[in-house]
Write a protein that binds this ligand. Sequence first.
Ligand code: AMP
Ligand code: MG
Length: 503
Amino acid sequence: MNNLDGGHFNNTYSRLPDYFYTRLDPTPLENPRLVAYSASAGHLLGLEDTPGTRETLTLIGSGNRAWPGSEPLAMVYSGHQFGAYNPRLGDGRGLLLGELVNTRGEKWDLHLKGAGQTPYSRFGDGRAVLRSCIREYLASEALHHLGIPTTRALCVVTSDTPVYRENREAGSTLLRLAKSHIRFGHFEYFFYSAQGEKQRYEALKTLADYTIEQHFHDLEGMTAMAGSDRGYQLFYSEVVRRTATLIARWQAAGFAHGVMNTDNMSIIGDTFDYGPYGFMDDFNWHYICNHSDHSGRYAFSQQPDIGYWNCGRLGQALVPLFDDVELIQKALDQYPQIYTQTYTRLMLDKLGLVIGEDKEEDAELVRDLLQLLHDSRSDYTLFFRTLSHFSTNQPLEQLEKQLEPLVNHASLAPWLDKYRERLRRNPLDDQNRQKRMKQVNPKFILRNYLAQQAIEQAERGDYREIDNLMNVLVSPYDEHPDFEHYAQKPPEWGKKLEISCSS
Ligand code: AMP
Ligand code: MG
């Protein structure tokens, strides 16, 4: 009957009380076509990449066939959007199809984005357009292969069903995989919306216990403490830790999420709900990737603070579960230190430096470099990749020449001098250091203009550029001599693309 056998469904979320969701099926799209399929994500489910699999996924992705064993539902949640609380969000254009257990016993949420209207659609049409599906598809696979926790993307399907934004566009879907689709906003919903103390406590406890059982039961000490203050503190501390670590990874990679509303924050610390994100080309602390973010709330430099603020909103929503609310504050207080430690370690890795005696000096080296890159708006990815080739016995002038097209700044030479000095005290020899640097400084990132080119071609019905790009995105640290052009700086037009929330 289909090519998707092998796994079975264990739909745990659909067994929660019915006020957690609304059951409904996807609304079919007309004349569906498969735009992209990630064999690497398919592998997670144990799928074979055959024409039959692709055909079946086209039908499932367009809502024209049910995945046997799925029990589609729209989750209810709320959240803080741009700092203001919105009491009722929920899956307005996506459905959790179910939880598929593969033959290795690993469970994956299948979520169909763009599946049609739900009770939470408010004024929206429940649909997603092709460009936003391709953007999420490319970015989530790109981040995963950079080693950054993220949801995954199985496939993109488009159709003849019209969707109206500024223009008429093609109704499309993205089939997303994640270990969990629970957001900070799920907890906020029950904290703010439950009728009365008792119901509020019951709902939050049910949700927290479920989340812990599904995703946090392995934490050391959890078995003994589950259901108590200390158990909830352990859970919340871990969410804080994962969030701080995730954002440190974004910062080190030069990735801006763009819409860090609490409904877009994953409880398991994945990069979640891609919208107007951006990988930075030229380094700029104040980079704002979301054209609709007029105040710069989600500017690149703000992300670590926003992560902290968002964790605070989650902590607030967990208050009813605690007798001693100080425990929440204590867990939250760990955020700045975890963030800074992780970020510093990642940046030192990028410089090929093993943490030494003088931590303050190393932190200064990183700070000075970032200031230099910011002042000269240097290409962040190319700078670190070029630096990865540096040998300590190479004349400094030679390296300066290589970096000149990237960094136009009088302070480059003094910085390089300091860096070389520091390398002399580094326990790694040149060869080892270069190798390690190339494993953490990607040659290829998903530059905005590359995504844009793939989208424009796909909108004309030619999907090949998506697969071409995927060739480098799945191993971004390798050389790929045939795809050298994807590693270049963007053309001027490619730096000025305006991406906003309307998708
Ligand atoms: P997002 O900006 O994608 O994170 O979405 C924020 C909220 O708006 C979520 O509750 C979405 O389900 C909802 N939403 C976004 N776009 C649509 C749409 N086209 N139709 C219905 N709901 C939508
Ligand atoms: Mg969202």
